[in-house]
Design a protein around this ligand. Structure first.
Ligand SMILES: Nc1ncnc2c1ncn2[C@@H]1O[C@H](COP(=O)(O)OP(=O)(O)OP(=O)(O)O)[C@@H](O)[C@H]1O
Ligand SMILES: [Mg+2]
Length: 175
């Protein structure tokens, strides 16, 4: 019985998760991975296009996601991925079961840089404050560590050049 489980796990297709507070640099790195031949899915776009949400929270300017629907859609995409690499999921709301996850890269950013990036985007003060607070409190990192543990979770700084961040991501995905 144990042998069957191990065999299934080793052949199971998986995803790399790129996560982190909005503005930390997930999509910037996802674009570079796509140029290297990875299949990439922007999870926020998928949620909107396939309406994988329960409702829209006007006050927080964000969708309230239906986790079951999202995980079903992501599992299907992982299975259908025909690239030689794990599917790259770009989004801060992914909570797939650990068996489906190869690596989970958590992007971090200094408060100063993050604020600047979000101001440039034209975000409201309340939305900027909410995201800054989440970054200070390490909300996503804590959640991902609880879910996947330190073997799968890698922290990457984006307070350096994009090239340096990208190199670090590639090294983490490869090991
Ligand atoms: N080392 C770095 N790595 C990634 N992005 C960087 C880096 N240095 C500066 N940036 C800039 O930070 C911004 C990150 O924006 P990006 O859209 O990639 O963030 P995101 O995490 O995908 O946000 P969201 O969750 O809202 O989609 C870009 O303008 C990018 O050029
Ligand atoms: Mg993005």
């Amino acid at each position: 019985m144990l042998l069957i489980i191990l065999t299934n796990t080793s052949t199971m297709k998986q995803a790399h998760i790129l996560t982190g507070t909005p503005g930390t640099g997930k999509s910037t790195v996802a674009d570079l991975l796509e140029a290297r031949g990875y299949s990439v899915m922007n999870v926020g776009n998928l949620i909107k296009e396939e309406m994988l949400y329960d409702s829209y929270d006007k006050k927080r300017d964000s969708f309230v996601i239906d986790d079951d629907k999202l995980n079903a859609a992501l599992t299907k995409l992982i299975e259908e991925n025909s690239s030689p690499f794990p599917l790259v999921l770009d989004g801060h709301v992914v909570r797939l079961p650990p068996l489906l996850v190869s690596k989970c890269i958590v992007f971090r950013c200094s408060i100063r840089n993050l604020r600047q990036r979000l101001v440039v985007r034209g975000y409201s003060e309340s939305k900027i404050d909410e995201n800054i607070e989440a970054e200070i409190m390490e909300v996503i990192l804590t959640d991902m560590m609880q879910l996947y543990g330190k073997d799968l979770v890698r922290v990457v700084s984006t307070d350096v050049s994009i090239e340096k961040t990208f190199e670090e991501v590639l090294a983490n995905l490869a090991d």
